[in-house]
Design a protein around this ligand. Structure first.
Ligand code: UDP
Length: 238
C-alpha cells in the first residue's frame, strides 16, 4: 500500500490517501490540545501509545462482533484504516461522574452510576462541539434514525467490552468518546481512536488519573500515565 498525499490534519492525527480508494492511512502525532484548542502542548510518545492502544482495543472489539475501521498497523504511529465519512457526532458514554457531567450538574467526580449514560455532541469546532439530542441531530441530517439506533447499540456494547477489558488490568473506565463512520456501502462502523486522549482511565485501587486530565489539569507525569496504561495493556512500554 502506498501512502499518497495528506488529505486532513486534525489536532492529534493526520490522514493520508493511499493507492487503494477504500483505505486511508492515519498517522498519530504527539500534539495535545484541550478546551477546544485553547490549551496546546506536546506529550512525548503519545502518538505511538494512542496508535498501538487504539489498534489493540479495536481488534479486541472486532473479535467480539463490533465492526471497526481497523485494517493493519504499519508502524509505531501509522495504521491503515477503512475509508469512512465520519458521522459528525461525538458519542460520550459515562460510567462514573467526571468532567463536564460533574461541572454541568454540580456533583462531585467519582459517583458510580447504576447504568451507563450516553450523550452526543455536534462535532463542530466553530460552535464548540455543543451538546445535541438525537432529534436535533436528525433535523440537521447528521444521521438517520436507523444510524443513530445502530450507533447507540454499538456504543453500549463497546462500553461493556472495554469496561471489562480495562478492569482486568486494574483500570476503571470512567467515561470515553467514540466516533463512528459510514463506509462506501453505508455501513456504520467504529472509527477514530480509543486512547488516554479520549477516555478517562482511573487506577482501580487508588483512583489515580491515567489519562489526558493530567495534561488538561496540569497534574504532571503526563507521559508516564500514557506509558503506564500501555504497559498494563501489553506488559511493555513503547
Ligand atoms: N472527550 C474527547 N473529546 C472531546 C470531548 C470529550 O475525547 O472533544 C472525552 C473525554 O476525554 C472524556 C469524555 O469524552 O473521556 C467525556 O468528556 P467530558 O464531556 O466530561 O468533557 P471534558 O471535560 O473532557 O472536556
Amino acid at each position: 500500500m502506498t501512502k499518497l498525499e495528506q488529505i486532513y490534519e486534525g489536532k492529534a492525527k493526520k490522514v493520508y490517501r493511499t493507492d487503494d480508494p477504500e483505505r486511508f492511512i492515519v498517522e498519530y502525532k504527539d500534539d495535545a490540545t484541550a478546551f477546544n484548542g485553547q490549551k496546546k502542548g506536546t506529550i512525548l510518545g503519545k502518538g505511538a501509545v494512542n496508535n498501538r492502544m487504539t489498534n489493540l482495543l479495536m481488534q479486541m472489539l472486532e473479535e467480539n462482533g463490533v465492526p471497526t475501521h481497523f485494517v493493519q498497523e504499519l508502524s509505531d504511529r501509522e495504521t491503515v484504516v477503512k475509508k469512512v465519512t465520519i458521522v459528525p457526532l461525538e458519542v460520550i458514554i459515562r460510567n462514573v461522574s467526571a468532567g463536564h457531567f460533574a461541572q454541568n450538574y454540580g456533583v462531585e467526580e467519582g459517583i458510580v452510576f447504576d447504568e451507563p449514560t450516553i450523550e452526543f455532541s455536534y462535532k463542530n469546532d466553530d460552535l464548540g462541539d455543543p451538546l445535541i439530542n438525537s432529534y436535533h441531530a436528525r433535523a440537521l441530517k447528521l444521521a438517520t434514525r436507523e444510524e443513530i439506533d445502530t450507533i447507540v447499540r454499538l456504543a453500549f456494547r463497546v462500553n461493556d467490552l472495554l469496561k471489562e477489558f480495562f478492569l482486568t488490568v486494574g483500570i476503571r473506565l470512567v467515561d470515553f468518546k467514540l466516533e463512528f463512520g459510514r463506509t462506501s456501502d453505508g455501513t456504520i462502523i467504529l472509527a477514530d481512536e480509543i486512547s488516554p486522549d479520549t477516555c478517562r482511565l482511573w487506577d482501580k485501587d487508588t483512583n489515580e488519573k491515567l489519562d489526558k486530565d493530567r495534561f488538561r489539569r496540569d497534574l504532571g507525569q503526563v507521559e508516564d500515565a500514557y506509558q503506564e496504561v500501555m504497559r498494563r495493556l501489553t506488559g511493555k512500554t513503547s
